[in-house]
Design a protein around this ligand. Structure first.
Ligand code: 13P
Ligand code: ZN
Length: 269
């Protein structure tokens, strides 16, 4: 079967990276059943032929108008589709959509009529927000890491920057490679605009945010960067939990050590 990826190496490369990350999410145990979703803003790499592709099926209202997303293009994991399947056959378990020229609806244009993720409200809100800030970030990733989600079941970890500081202090990598820390979005109904709005409020300050008792969401230049930040935070959470299970509270790096890292790596916070 023909694919929109045929003879389009730049697009094919982006989708191959999505598939690679989808495989990691499954291997990590973060992607039970259809858990998690990925979207990539591919507008910069679409050509005229893609722009003229007919819609597959009807226009689907977004439920809100996103002026900055007018006529833009996204790869989206399909709703109810499994990450482990996306890893093997990304264009059968995801699709490419075109936002309408009024920014209020979208149509699927390739390869197959796979309906985008139920978290499209949050994903499109994040992409719209990133464009409004002039960001070069193109990828949004939502997944369900066991360790990080477990930590959101304790009120003490939900106060501002408690988790950021705790996880940063576990290993230097987390401080250096997740330099804006971890925001907290209070529990909201999955797929709601309430969840979307709370998420983009946190993106003002963070590239990675927890969805309380649900999952984590990260934005990055590309899908690998978004994955790496979550992976690093999860590693810190594992170290914390391992220490606790050995019966002690981990010391964490000292304030002086943290400050030394901030200076050495010229970190933003
Ligand atoms: P989708 O299968 O619709 O992407 O939903 C998975 C999920 O994690 C919802 O939060
Ligand atoms: Zn989810």
């Amino acid at each position: 079967m023909n694919s929109i990826l045929d003879n389009r190496p730049a697009l094919a490369q982006q989708i191959a990276e999505v598939a690679e990350v989808a495989g990691y999410l499954w291997q990590k145990g973060w992607a039970e059943r259809n858990g998690g979703n990925i979207t990539i803003n591919i507008t910069d790499i679409v050509d005229d032929e893609i722009r003229h592709l007919p819609a597959i099926g009807n226009k689907i209202p977004i439920g809100r108008t996103f002026p900055l997303l007018k006529s833009s293009y996204f790869f989206c994991k399909g709703t109810n589709k499994r990450m482990r399947d996306l890893a093997r056959k990304p264009m059968e378990h995801g699709s490419i959509i075109r936002i309408s020229d009024d920014g209020a609806s979208y149509a699927i244009i390739a390869d197959q009529p796979v309906k985008p993720t139920s978290e499209i409200a949050s994903h499109l809100s994040m992409h719209n927000y990133l464009i409004s800030k002039g960001s070069n970030y193109k990828a949004a990733l939502h997944t369900h890491p066991i360790d990080l989600i477990a930590m959101t079941h304790n009120d003490a970890f939900l106060a501002k920057d408690v988790l950021s500081n705790l996880l940063w202090s576990m290993i230097p990598e987390t401080r250096a490679f997740c330099p804006r820390g971890l925001g907290i979005v209070p529990y909201s109904l999955p797929s709601s605009f309430e969840l979307a709005d709370a998420t983009i409020r946190e993106l003002e300050e963070y590239d990675v945010v927890m969805w309380e008792k649900h999952g984590v969401c990260a934005v990055g230049e590309n899908i690998m960067e978004a994955f790496d930040m979550i992976d690093t935070l999860s590693k810190s959470a594992q170290i914390y939990l391992t220490a606790k299970s050995m019966g002690f509270e981990p010391d964490g790096m000292s304030a002086a050590q943290m400050n030394e890292l901030k200076i050495a790596f010229n970190l933003p916070k």
